[in-house]
Design a protein around this ligand. Structure first.
Ligand code: ADP
Length: 483
């Protein structure tokens, strides 16, 4: 029996992406399809989304969706079935999905994503008669209100619901004054509703209303019970502890496969690692780096405190001092950007920096660099270490969240057993990162060992196969439907 799932997400590859959420929302439908799950993804009608949809049908209209006229469009991209909330007043804007071109959040984000949630709840409650759903799967704070509307303001009994947290740092927290404009009954203004620390919390509302809360790695699921990671919601996570699960993200192997990647000049596999040299030469050319014997490190990241980029800055002189080089691609915090430009100016030919978002270059770096540095202070799952593993770009990671769950540290036992895939370090500070870089340099001097790390990573399975099944099992557990 097919289980019909409405996946509610504010971004999805290949249409709109600011981070890992988009990779997951884009890959999930195909990952669960083999297990009898028919998934339709609901997205906001950003210009990039409505333009890319091609043929689309209007399947529902709202005279006033939180005050604005809106239509629901149905279409698909490849096999991925989409529903799109076409509400130009809220979503047809230049800039990013959450803010203007300068990165400033839209002041009416509460209304934009409350409307998005309201639309999702209406659809789940049967607004489109030919589309019946058995379960709602909401992703991150932007979709959290879907579950609150289902629970508090829906004519039908609420469907089973899953709330997935891709990053606890983003909670969609708004002023209490917003509440009376949400169209929710007074009963929703309570600790077990949408109220959060005197304001309205969209993620909190979703977590409260969900049957099961998932996050994207087992270690992060445990970490968010502590204040440092729970960021104010650790109490709720603990109270609902038996309903919290960690399911690792997979990677889309159709897009991320070094043997069939069109974005790189030399394709290769575990037995043809030598071919990576051509990719490395192109990285060196594109980042104006001189050739060298030491490891070529890369970073592909948002340039933020979460990602430990301030600590990276501190360690760059040392990295160059021990014979390393760095090719970095990222965008974010202006102070970090400035620090990187300064480091590149101090070390011409050793440090190359590209500020911006560039999908092709992100593939080339994984295919050409020797190691990828990921000094995150917290990392719900992390995808770049998984791409690094698949591409033989050895991950050097902080031991937190999904990084802890996916990289096997090259400690003496793991090396002796021949199972190591990377380097882990504990604590995101100068000395820990410096020691990890030293270990990488030392291992890189031993080509046989280094290649073993590369091959072990490339052979590990981080596809969606296992996690697709786990999500499908969860959906069936909650709906009571069998395969
Ligand atoms: P987060 O979602 O916290 O940013 P993840 O590691 O889960 O971190 O996902 C980041 C995704 O964004 C990866 O697919 C990574 O390759 C990509 N990415 C990050 N920065 C850039 C960039 N500047 N250019 C291209 N891709 C990037």
């Amino acid at each position: 029996m097919v289980t019909n799932v409405l996946s509610v997400a504010s971004e999805a590859v290949p249409l709109v992406k600011t981070g890992g959420l988009a990779d997951v929302a884009g890959a999930l439908p195909a990952a669960v399809a083999p297990h009898g799950i028919a998934m339709v993804t609901l997205l906001p009608g950003y210009p990039a989304v409505t333009a890319a949809m091609g043929r689309k049908r209007v399947v529902h209209e709202w005279p006033a969706l939180l005050g604005q006229p809106a239509r629901l469009l149905a279409g698909q991209i490849g096999a991925h079935k989409l529903l799109v909330v076409d509400c130009p007043a809220l979503f047809a804007r230049e800039g990013g999905p959450y803010g203007d071109a300068s990165g400033k959040d839209w002041p009416d984000n509460w209304r934009r994503f409350a409307a998005f949630g309201r639309a999702a709840a209406d659809i789940a409650a049967g607004a489109v008669p030919q589309m019946a759903f058995d379960l709602v799967h909401a992703h991150d704070w932007q979709a959290g209100m879907a579950l609150a509307y289902l629970r508090f303001a829906s004519e039908r009994p609420a469907l089973p619901a899953v709330m997935t947290i891709h990053n606890m740092a983003f909670q969609g927290y708004f002023d209490a004054a917003v509440f009376r404009r949400l169209g929710l009954p007074r009963a929703a203004w309570s600790v077990d509703g949408v109220e959060s620390y005197g304001g309205v919390g969209f993620l909190k509302a979703g977590m409260q209303a969900a049957d099961v809360i998932t996050t994207v790695s087992p270690t992060y699921a445990a970490e968010i019970r502590q204040p440092e990671f729970g960021m104010g919601l650790e109490g709720l996570v603990s109270v609902r502890g038996d309903r919290v699960r960690g399911i690792l993200n997979g990677i889309d192997t159709a897009l991320w496969n070094p043997e069939a990647d069109n974005a790189i000049p030399a394709r290769y596999g575990p037995r043809t690692l030598a071919r990576r040299a051509a990719n490395k030469r192109l990285v060196e050319a594109e980042f104006a780096l001189q050739p060298g014997d030491g490891p070529l490190f890369t970073v592909v990241s948002r340039l933020t405190w979460q990602k430990g980029m301030d600590v990276l800055l501190e360690v760059l002189d040392h990295l160059v001092g021990v014979g390393g080089r760095l090719a970095l691609l990222g965008s974010g915090d202006p102070a970090i950007v400035q620090g990187l430009h300064d480091a590149a100016a101090r070390h011409p030919g050793r440090i190359g920096v590209r500020i911006g978002y560039d999908e092709r270059l992100s593939h080339l770096l994984q295919a050409g660099a020797d190691a990828i540095l990921i000094p995150s202070r917290f990392e719900p799952c992390g995808l770049t270490q998984l791409y690094g593993l698949a591409y033989g770009c050895v991950p050097v990671v902080a031991r937190t969240g999904g990084l802890a769950d996916t990289v096997i540290d090259a400690n003496p036992a793991a090396l002796a057993a021949g199972v190591a895939t990377g380097i882990q370090f504990a604590g995101v500070h100068y000395h820990a990162l410096r020691a990890a870089i030293d270990r990488a340099v030392a291992l890189h001097r031993q080509p046989a060992l280094w290649q073993q790390l590369q091959r072990n990573g490339m052979k590990a399975d981080f596809s969606w196969t296992a996690s697709g099944r786990t999500y499908a099992d969860l959906y069936r557990e909650l709906t009571g439907k069998t395969a």
